[in-house]
Design a protein around this ligand. Structure first.
Ligand code: HEM
Length: 475
């Protein structure tokens, strides 16, 4: 018990139950309470793993940039589709992570991230989204399935040249897995990751207590989806005509055949595809839900943005990225949606590669380092009236120019593992938001009260509660 005690060199934190620590948590309130009680840097233990939570911007920014904290915790690899458990981006580490991240960044850029031809593809989806919403004829609906399909279509076209009709039921199958996983995911289901001894319990007990099968089923079903896409690409691969990211990877894999040290491997490809699917579609889908919810909740901003759009874009043309200088409020609105919603309550976990130091505290190798994004996005030290939805905070004094946040903004993380899809996500959020504002008034249905914020927390992912809204076509 003595040896199990928290070393004095670690930051303060709540009392630890010997060998067990405390239950994991994902919500912003528990985080805020920790900060109030223990300060800007707090140790919190679950099972055998200690985490250090960072609540102030400067410390967090510096930590996220440091090589010592560029790893992800080792339990991420248990969800990998790669048999060697080292491939991919989100949960991998070391040389294979660097290799795979470089490959993905290069290819996302080559496939148009930040360029006009990708803008065209996004606007094809934006147009389809507008047509889909018009079909409801002003009926009150929950967040439409088309939000998730347009988000999936963009990344899936870049990765696998696949586009779905906005009402296709195939997308249901893919999203069912993610939804089911998010719903079943609970504090209890995570315990075996924190207390490895629990993994040795007999399977029926593990399933009963922790729904351990849920992870296996999810991995198996995702493996089927990804294998299907990669096998199909291998069948009709044409070296002279690479169509997408999978083909580019196959090309590199074939060029390196026979080299036993090559990091281009089928297992790594599977996990890259899985990561891009997982990180690149539901994130944008959820952000579109926040956008619709906040448009309905703050119609005064919708009206001001419609005036800006109508002044620079004829109604029969979609908004383009070149219109941005004339639409400062639209850009400010999308960035305020990211800050205010703080969809990822905590930044994706990092882990100390070696013993390291933060603000004079010694952080032992393997400690998780978690930046409290929600708290930093709502900290009055960095933001005026932080709980107010106020897009003008990202406009200059004359309200004619968008000004990017200079500090305390971690919606896409920071440092060496900063989101590789940030540029793509920003393009999508701007163009999809503008398309909806240009074509619709978004209103709450009769009897729907939006005066108080109402959102769910799905394992650390904040999503607005499903409210019936009306997408009323503008005259
Ligand atoms: C609104 C949409 C999105 C948000 C809010 C978001 C947020 C984040 C955050 C917070 C991280 C962790 C960064 C860190 O550890 O510092 C991350 C990582 C990542 N994101 Fe995104 N993301 C979004 C969209 C996308 C898209 C569209 C893609 C597709 C290309 C993508 C791919 C990734 C990948 C692959 C990583 C892992 C990077 C690594 O560990 O090296 N994300 N994202």
């Amino acid at each position: 018990v003595l040896r199990d005690r928290r070393p004095r060199t670690l930051p303060p934190g709540p009392a630890e139950i010997p060998f067990f620590g405390r239950l994991p948590f994902f919500d912003e309130k528990t985080g805020e309470n920790l900060r109030k009680n223990y300060g800007d840097i707090v140790t919190y233990r679950t099972g055998t793993l200690r985490s250090v939570f960072l609540f102030d911007y400067d410390t967090a920014k510096e930590a996220l940039a440091r090589l010592e904290f560029a790893d992800r915790p080792s339990f991420f690899s248990t969800l990998s589709l790669d048999d060697e458990k080292t491939g991919g981006l989100v949960g991998s580490n070391g040389v294979q992570w660097q290799h795979d991240r470089r490959f993905v960044l290069r290819n996302l850029r080559n496939l148009g991230m930040g360029r006009s031809y990708l803008e065209e593809a996004i606007n094809i989806e934006a147009k389809a989204l507008v047509e889909d919403l018009k079909k409801y004829g002003g009926e009150a609906i929950n967040y439409p399935d088309s939000f998730r399909t347009v988000a999936l279509n963009i990344i899936w076209q870049m990765v696998a040249s696949t586009r779905y009709d906005l009402r296709s039921s195939e997308v249901d199958t893919i999203y069912r897995l993610t939804k089911q996983f998010q719903r079943n995911f609970s504090v209890l289901s995570l315990l075996p990751f924190f207390i490895p001894a629990l993994s040795r319990l007999p399977n029926p007990i593990k399933n009963y207590l922790f729904e351990a099968d849920m992870f296996k089923v999810f991995i198996q079903e995702m493996r089927n989806v990804v294998n299907g896409a990669v096998d199909k690409h291998l069948e009709d691969y044409d070296p002279d005509n690479p169509r997408d990211l999978i083909d580019e990877y196959i090309k590199d894999m074939k060029e390196n055949e026979g080299d036993n040290n090559s990091l281009f491997r089928r297992g790594a490809l599977n996990q890259i595809v899985n990561d891009l699917f997982g990180a690149g579609s539901d994130t944008v889908n959820n952000q579109l839900k926040w956008m619709a919810y906040l448009l309905a909740r703050y119609p005064e901003y919708a009206t001001m943005m419609q005036q800006q759009i109508d002044a620079v874009v004829p109604r029969d043309r979609m908004v383009s990225l070149d219109d941005k200088p004339g639409l400062p409020l639209v850009e400010a609105f999308t960035v305020e949606v990211l800050r205010y919603s703080s969809m990822l309550v905590f930044n994706v976990q990092r882990s100390a590669i070696r013993d390291a130091e933060i603000n004079g505290y010694l952080i032992p190798k393997g400690t998780m380092v978690i930046v409290a994004n929600y708290s930093i996005h709502h900290d009055p030290r960095y933001w005026d009236d932080p709980h107010k939805f106020y897009p003008e905070r990202f406009l200059d004094d004359s309200a004619t120019k968008y000004t990017a946040p200079k500090q305390a903004f971690f919606a896409f993380g920071s440092g060496r593992r900063q989101c590789v899809g940030e540029l793509l996500a920003r393009m999508e959020l701007f163009l999809f938001t503008a398309a909806i504002i240009q074509h619709f008034d978004v209103l709450p249905a009769d009897g729907v009260d939006l005066s108080l914020e109402d959102c769910e927390n799905l394992g650390g992912l904040r999503v607005p509660a499903d409210k019936k809204l009306i997408y009323k076509p503008r005259n």
